[in-house]
Write a protein that binds this ligand. Sequence first.
Ligand code: SAM
Length: 234
Amino acid sequence: MNVDVFTLFPEWFDWFRSQRHVSNVLATGTSLDYVNYRDYTPLSGRQVDDTPFGGGAGMVLRVDVVDSALRGHYGVDPVSLRERRRVIALSAGGRALDDELVDELAAEPALTLLCGRYEGFDERIVEHLCSDAISIGRYVLSGGELAAMVLCDAVIRKLPGALGHEDSAAEESFSAALEGHPEYPHYTRPAEYRGWAVPEVLLSGHHERIEQWRRERSRERGEGRPEDRRPGLG
Ligand SMILES: C[S@@+](CC[C@H](N)C(=O)[O-])C[C@H]1O[C@@H](n2cnc3c(N)ncnc32)[C@H](O)[C@@H]1O
């Protein structure tokens, strides 16, 4: 897979690229590159944004700047680019990122992620240059960089070679293996701590019963038992 991130803060991604699971995947041929909009802006003074038509606070990322950055990097008219690869605007109001969408993106050969800043994108960027607008949640971040990292992280850990054990990603919260439910609880040593005992079944060595217990706990969590809403669930 080839992932390109368009941003005003490319240096943020140096830290992300150096994380073990990311560097593992990069070593297997996946690429993660970043492009600074300012390197391609046709405007003087490396300008990338402008005041909104109709008034209001903040600045808006310009369509000509994003058009020029995409054209400069890929060497094609960006309008046709989205036929060849998913071009995704990170946007608070976009389609919610969930496990199903992550699976869909992990199956793509190439992704382009556009990070907004300030008030966000000129809408013509989303309308004419992007295939998707994706949100990582119903809250507003200062920029698309963290959202791009969240999306990349979720996608990358689905790729072969990212995790130590290939099974780790197969039976996780929301996966098909758990019928879309959250994962069951995990425990490790000590078997008892301050009087808090690990469920007996997990110490039984009885694989079928353990499997059944895990499925039931996962299903219960999916059905939203009130006791599962306490903080610190992990
Ligand atoms: C300050 S936000 C703009 C918020 C915009 N004015 C609004 O009310 O939706 C700047 C940029 O951060 C990114 N962003 C903020 N929240 C996000 C979220 N929940 N999911 C994805 N991207 C987000 C987007 O790229 C956005 O263009």
